[in-house]
Write a protein that binds this ligand. Structure first.
Ligand SMILES: *Cc1c(COP(=O)(O)O)cnc(C)c1O
Length: 649
């Protein structure tokens, strides 16, 4: 790699470094002024993300903020449906595609509404996995050509709700996940006189790869094994409900990285489908579940955060394999249902937060400390630093680690004073820095030396909570692309890991996407006293809904953006949702705002009586307390100022 200096750094280099073209599916890029742009429809109309942030700030919605690009959401729905149509046409397939959106992936009203509107011409339906979800789905669903698929564990009320939908003429299919449900469905159907539409979820033997591989196989939580399928179909026959069995369903788990898994699962499920069809059940639908991946790291591999196939290939494989198996078996092909959630919603939103502090563990040690009387361990480290013997890098590293440990032991035993310990620590870090510098840009790195980069990385403190906004990163180590949203015409000279503002050492991001494997740090710009914004991309699936209130950091602000050529910056914000206020989150854990304020007032009054505070001051203190109730839960950065002072390296 050629050496790069700041003056010759180009936006193209940033684009390459952060991989926009690799993971962005054609929607993300950097403009000539170094700003990240998004092209929601990949049609040349683009929006500078910093413009959206500026506008949101002017509306009082500071970062952290989630930005939704509604046009991109629409684009994905159309794309998925069109690609299935294309595959059906090319394969000469005699059935239709009837996708459904599984709302557990993002139940937000605006998201579901947009998907429904975008899917109108495709009869794109909805999937529910619980009673509350079904309540939403039943009410939002219109046009009885769209399917409703009911998954998840079901009690009697769930089944009654689904039958209510049947009564209204909806194509609502109850998918039997476990044997006991079949008896309930039969009984409640008899009670209510409503004929259900029923599907079986089959427990396939095909095993996936990736984080959700446990969704199939004998130990899967859901689905019927072969014997149970036979048993359930006999029960249906006995209850004279044979005509109700319409669908076969499987779900091999989310984010399937390898297309081979999809092929195998589709083949196995198609065999089940054909057998049931030959047993005389009407069938008609084969539901291939979710699992269509998102290439979070852009590597196009079967790595868990990636996928080695495109949506187009996925659609073609599903259609082709079902067609072939049905042809062999002499069974008419089914309409194809898929339940892709992640792939539909992940790209449309991003989380934006601000870095407000840089922690450099070596900087705080200051200049080389000179103890009055140097201990031998310190002079040994000095010799290592000078490296007159020209030792190899790994050997120097091991020696430095050993000397540092020796220094700590000596300190603990009382043989080393503070000055010598400080000097030893400083020397150790200087040796590490030296080793890291020498290793830049060369090929193979021994593991210990590679880890040096993380050891030496600075911490950038960011105003957000991993637990609220990026739960899958914390819980599953899922990776998301993260980049600065501006200054991409400057060389990023700082290696940093990101830490959040929760009081939890797990609240950090220290693994990042990289083309080869993963990276332990992110290349970022030195803080310069002005706001510095980072974007976490592809966060539209699952993250919105699974966040928790660790440290009572609540929902972040949110803006919904639409393309609009008549507007100066090519977009407008249609809806802005203010994030949680402090009063909201504390009421969620059973404290009443009024009561807390009353208690504070009583304490301030008592302090005033004892003359600990002056009356006028007391009034101000109470005002401060009360006004905070209405503030957001995150830091109000532009008012508190450590970042503005402590800026550069
Ligand atoms: C979670 C889930 C989905 C969605 O999966 P994605 O991988 O997000 O597409 C689909 N179907 C079922 C049954 C699910 O549980």
């Amino acid at each position: 790699m050629k050496s790069k200096t700041s003056s010759t750094w180009t936006v193209a280099q940033s684009e390459e470094l952060y991989g926009f073209k690799r993971w962005g599916a054609g929607h993300f890029g950097v403009d000539s002024s170094g700003f990240v742009n998004i092209e929601p429809c990949s049609d040349g109309r683009s929006i500078r993300i910093m413009d959206v942030i500026d506008e949101a700030v002017s509306m009082g919605l500071k970062a952290p903020v989630v930005i939704r690009f509604q046009d991109l959401l629409r684009h994905r729905v159309v794309q998925l449906n069109e690609l299935f149509r294309k595959a059906i046409k090319e394969e000469g397939y005699k059935g239709d595609y009837r996708g459904v959106f599984p709302i557990k992936v993002n139940q937000l009203r605006e998201v579901v509404d947009e998907i429904m509107a975008a899917g109108k011409d495709y009869n794109y339906g909805l999937e529910a996995g619980s009673k509350p979800e079904l309540m939403i789905v039943l009410a939002l669903h219109e046009n009885n050509n769209r399917l409703i698929i009911c998954n998840g564990y079901k009690d009697h009320d769930y089944i009654r709700l689904a039958l209510l939908g049947r009564k209204l003429g909806k194509r609502i299919i109850l998918v039997v996940e476990q044997l006991s449900e079949i008896d309930d469905i039969i009984r409640i159907s008899a009670e209510t006189g409503v004929k259900p539409m029923i599907g079986f979820r089959v427990k396939l033997q095909t095993r996936g790869e990736g984080k959700w591989a446990m969704s199939t196989g004998d130990n899967a939580k859901f689905g019927l094994n072969t014997a149970e399928i036979l048993f359930a179909s006999e029960k249906l026959k006995a209850a004279k409900l044979s005509q109700s069995l319409r669908l076969l369903h499987f779900h091999i788990g989310s984010q399937v990285p390898n297309i081979i898994t999809v092929k195998n699962a589709v083949i196995e499920a198609s065999r089940f489908y054909c057998q049931l069809s030959k047993m005389g059940f009407p069938m008609g639908y084969l539901d291939v579940g979710g699992g269509l991946g998102v290439d979070y790291d852009g590597s196009r591999t079967n790595f868990e955060s990636s996928m080695n196939y495109s949506i187009e290939e996925y659609a073609r494989d599903v259609v082709h394999n079902i067609k072939e198996i049905c042809r062999e078996a002499g069974v008419p092909v089914p309409d194809i249902v898929s339940e892709s959630g992640r792939a539909v919603v992940a790209p449309h939103s991003l989380l934006v937060f601000e870095v407000f502090e840089r922690i450099n563990k070596r900087e705080s040690l200051g200049k080389q400390h000179q103890p009055k009387e140097k201990h031998k361990v310190v002079t040994d480290l000095e010799v290592l630093l000078k490296n007159k013997q020209k030792q190899g890098r790994l050997e120097r590293y091991h020696n430095a680690v050993q000397k540092k440990e020796e220094a700590i032991s000596l300190f603990n035993l009382g043989y080393l004073d503070l000055g010598n310990r400080a000097a030893a620590e400083q020397l150790f870090w200087r040796i590490c820095e030296q080793l890291a510098k020498e290793s830049r840009d060369t090929g193979y790195q021994p593991e210990e030396l590679r880890e040096l980069h993380q050891l030496l990385a600075d911490q950038y403190v960011c105003n957000f909570s991993v637990f609220q906004s990026l739960l899958d990163h914390w819980a599953l180590g899922q990776l998301f692309p993260i980049t600065p949203l501006h200054r991409l015409n400057e060389k990023p000279t700082v290696n940093a890991v990101l830490v959040d503002i929760t009081c939890d050492s797990d609240g950090e991001i220290s693994r990042f996407v990289d083309l080869q494997d993963t990276k332990d740090y992110l290349n970022l710009h030195p803080l310069n006293g002005k706001p510095y914004y980072l974007g976490v991309f592809l966060t539209g699936a699952y993250q919105d809904i699974m966040g928790d209130l660790h440290n009572l950091f609540g929902r972040v602000n949110e803006v919904h953006v639409f393309l609009e050529s008549d507007e100066p910056n090519g977009f407008y914000i249609e809806e802005a949702l203010a994030g949680s206020r402090i009063a909201d989150v504390i009421e969620g854990v059973q404290y009443q705002q009024e009561e807390l304020c009353r208690r504070m007032k009583a304490q301030i009054d008592a302090a005033t009586r004892k003359d600990m505070v002056k009356p006028r001051e007391g009034v101000r203190l109470l005002e401060l307390y009360e006004s905070q109730m209405l503030n957001k839960t995150y830091l109000n950065i532009n008012q508190s100022g450590p970042s503005k002072r402590k800026s550069t390296a």
